[in-house]
Design a binder for this molecule. Structure first.
Ligand code: OSB
Ligand code: MG
Length: 373
């Protein structure tokens, strides 16, 4: 029986080693909300909210998520008894719309606590079958095609199994073509973060013969219908990210053929129960999935690694090692990548697989709120 008696919410600020530019904005520092969850049994675990400062990815921000957690989500869970973490989602969904990133942070934390309680690695608790995860890198928009080629060369030399190139109109065909020309056989893909409309699909069509693994979320963040029209114009599979916020949206994608691959980010879909449901549905329908990332600290990364150990995560995920993002992470050991481009799933200890560096967290904390006893 899970029973959370206290949650400490913290906001930390973590500067990125280099700015990360996507079509809708540039990030130089992450504002990260962390949850420390205490169970009545004495088990403790941590989780992370993926919402950032601005609503340029989805509507959620760290400040709206904080409010949703304090005012609505945490009060539904605190002191309540749950037979299993899979039951938390229903408690958070009843008459409570949206705020999926807040719900996900709390729900995932309950899986982390249950893993501690049960004495199981998180990956094993959820039925993960992999011992290693294949890793891809997500490269932000660069100043020139030459600069991008240099970044891609360095990433391939480090062993990355997939290179994802952020694009937007005017920073697309020349950039992606230059990388393809330099590395004719490399596993490449492009992510537009909603920067296109059907009217300017010509540049996507112009990249259709570059042998890309997929185009990620070219059209609007909440669109399913227009992506189906775009998919009809392209050979390259479309992968949806922003548009897939639930199992139902994944079903819609398959019904309409709006895309053929899904990027699952647990923080975007409301947590692990929803992620697992989407994973299982995709597996049954021949849709490959991979685990996306939101520039998480080592705490959120632990959940992504555990999730990506499920069997239908058959394409490399955006689960780069700590050193890709941070001068120093908030966990020990930090997440590392092997020379063959894989991250090891921590299977030798219960829980999320890493220790939280409390001194570092205290130093980085800019606000804190304690709920419960
Ligand atoms: O679209 O996948 C995205 C980061 C912030 C917001 C949106 C996205 C991303 C990434 C980063 O691509 C992937 C990573 O965490 O390495
Ligand atoms: Mg994306």
């Amino acid at each position: 029986m899970l029973q959370i008696v206290r949650i400490t919410l913290r906001e930390i600020r973590l500067p990125l080693r280099e700015p990360f530019q996507i079509s809708s904005g540039t990030m130089t520092e992450r504002r990260i909300a962390l949850l420390e969850l205490h169970d009545a049994s004495g088990a403790v675990s941590w989780s992370e909210c993926v919402a950032d400062d601005a609503p340029n990815y989805l509507p959620d921000t760290i400040d709206t998520s904080w409010l949703a957690l304090v005012r609505w989500a945490i009060p539904r869970v605190l002191g309540e008894r749950f037979a299993a973490p899979g039951e938390v989602r229903a408690a958070l969904e009843r008459d409570f719309r949206g705020h999926l990133m807040a719900k996900a942070a709390l729900e995932m934390g309950m899986w982390g606590v249950e893993a501690e309680r049960a004495g199981l690695p998180l990956a094993r608790l959820i039925g993960g079958t992999r011992e290693t995860i294949e890793v891809g890198i997500s490269l932000g928009i660069q100043a020139s095609p030459e600069a991008l080629v240099d970044k891609a060369r360095a990433a391939l030399a480090q062993g990355y199994r997939k290179i994802k190139i952020k694009i937007k109109p005017g920073k697309d065909v020349d950039f992606v073509s230059a990388v393809r020309k330099a590395f004719p056989a490399a596993p490449l893909m492009a992510d537009a973060n909603n920067a296109y409309t059907l009217d300017d699909s010509a540049s996507l069509v112009a990249m259709d013969d570059l042998g890309l693994m997929m185009f990620e979320q070219p059209l609007a963040w909440d669109d399913i219908v227009r992506h189906a029209e775009l998919q009809r114009r392209l050979k390259t599979p479309i992968c949806l990210d922003e548009s897939i916020t639930s199992l139902e949206r994944a079903q819609d994608m398959v019904t309409l053929d709006s895309g053929r691959i899904i990027n699952i980010k647990p923080g975007r879909v409301g947590g692990f129960a929803s992620s697992i449901a989407i994973h299982d549905f995709c597996e049954a329908n021949g849709i490959p999935v991979w685990c996306g990332g939101m520039l998480e600290s080592g705490i959120g990364r632990a959940y992504n690694v555990a999730l990506a150990s499920l069997p239908n995560f058959i394409k490399p995920g955006d689960v780069s090692p700590s050193a890709r993002y941070w001068a120093r992470d908030v966990v020990t050991p930090e997440w590392t990548m092997e020379p063959d481009g894989t991250v090891r799933v921590p299977l030798d200890r219960p829980g999320i697989g890493v220790d939280v560096d409390m001194d570092r967290i205290e130093n980085l904390t800019v606000r804190k709120e304690v709920l419960g006893v």
